[in-house]
Design a protein around this ligand. Structure first.
Ligand SMILES: Nc1nc2c(ncn2[C@@H]2O[C@H](COP(=O)(O)OP(=O)(O)OP(=O)(O)O)[C@@H](O)[C@H]2O)c(=O)[nH]1
Ligand SMILES: [Zn+2]
Length: 197
C-alpha cells in the first residue's frame, strides 16, 4: 500500500475553516483529500465521515442521490463539535468511475435500479476499497473513529482491515422525490440503515 502525504492548506467553507490534506494513492493512482478540524492528540475517538466521491451529488447539485447533503451535514457536524475528519476518497460511482456511473444512470433512466444497472454493465454492486485509510489515519495519529454512516457494509469493511470503529452515528439526510427509489434500493439490496420514509 503506497499512500504518500503531499501537502496541506487551509480550506474555508460556509461551515468553518478546515485544514485540507492531499494524499497520493500509488495503488489506484488517485488523489485523496482529508479535511480536518481540531487536533487528534490523545485517544478520544475521532468524529469522521468516510465519503466516496460523487461528482454529480457533491459538486453538481444532483438530486439522484443523497451524497451532497450527507457531505454538507458531515462538514456542519464536525464544525459544530470543533474536531473531526472527512476522508474524501476518489472512488467515484462506488468504484466504477464517472463515465460508467453515467452509463448506469442511463440504464436507471430506463427503469433499472442502482444494483441492476451496475450488474448489467458487468460490475459488482460496490467495488470500493478502504485500505488507503489506514496510512492516512496513521499520518494524523488517529486511532479510532466515530463514523457518520448508514452503511453497515462500510463499517464491516473498515473493521475487517483493522480499523477501530467505536460508534456508528446515523447519517440520514437529503431525501427527495428524485432519490426515493435509490434510497429504497440502498435499504433493500445493500442493507443501509435508513429509517425515515
Ligand atoms: N455505480 C453507482 N454509483 C453510485 C450511484 N449513486 C451514487 N453512487 C456512488 O455511490 C458512492 C456513495 O455510496 P452510497 O452507497 O451512496 O453511500 P455509502 O457511502 O456507502 O453509505 P453512507 O455512508 O451511508 O453514505 C459514491 O461514490 C457515488 O458516486 C449509482 O446509481 N450507481
Ligand atoms: Zn451521489
Amino acid at each position: 500500500m503506497t499512500v504518500k502525504y503531499i501537502e496541506s492548506c487551509k480550506l474555508p467553507t460556509p461551515f468553518g475553516i478546515f485544514d485540507m490534506h492531499g494524499f497520493e494513492d500509488g495503488e489506484s493512482d488517485k488523489e485523496h483529500v482529508v479535511l480536518t478540524m481540531g487536533d487528534f492528540d490523545g485517544e478520544e475517538p475521532v468524529l469522521a465521515r468516510v465519503h466516496s466521491e460523487c461528482l454529480t451529488g457533491d459538486g453538481l447539485f444532483s438530486l439522484r442521490c443523497d451524497c451532497g447533503a450527507q457531505l454538507q451535514a458531515a462538514l456542519h457536524k464536525i464544525a459544530q463539535q470543533g474536531r473531526g475528519a472527512i476522508f474524501y476518497l476518489r472512488q467515484e460511482g462506488r468504484g466504477i468511475g464517472l463515465l460508467n456511473k453515467i452509463r448506469a444512470y442511463h440504464l436507471q433512466d430506463a427503469g433499472a435500479d442502482t444494483v441492476e444497472a451496475n450488474e448489467a454493465l458487468g460490475f459488482g454492486a460496490d467495488l470500493r476499497r478502504y485500505d488507503m485509510l489506514k496510512p492516512m489515519m496513521a499520518h494524523f495519529g488517529i486511532q479510532s473513529l466515530r463514523i457518520m454512516t448508514n452503511n453497515p457494509r462500510k463499517i464491516e469493511a473498515l473493521r475487517e482491515i483493522g480499523i477501530d470503529v467505536t460508534e456508528r452515528l446515523p447519517h440520514e439526510t437529503g431525501r427527495n422525490p428524485h432519490n426515493a427509489k435509490y434510497l429504497e434500493t440502498k435499504k433493500g439490496k445493500l442493507g443501509h440503515m435508513l429509517d425515515s420514509e
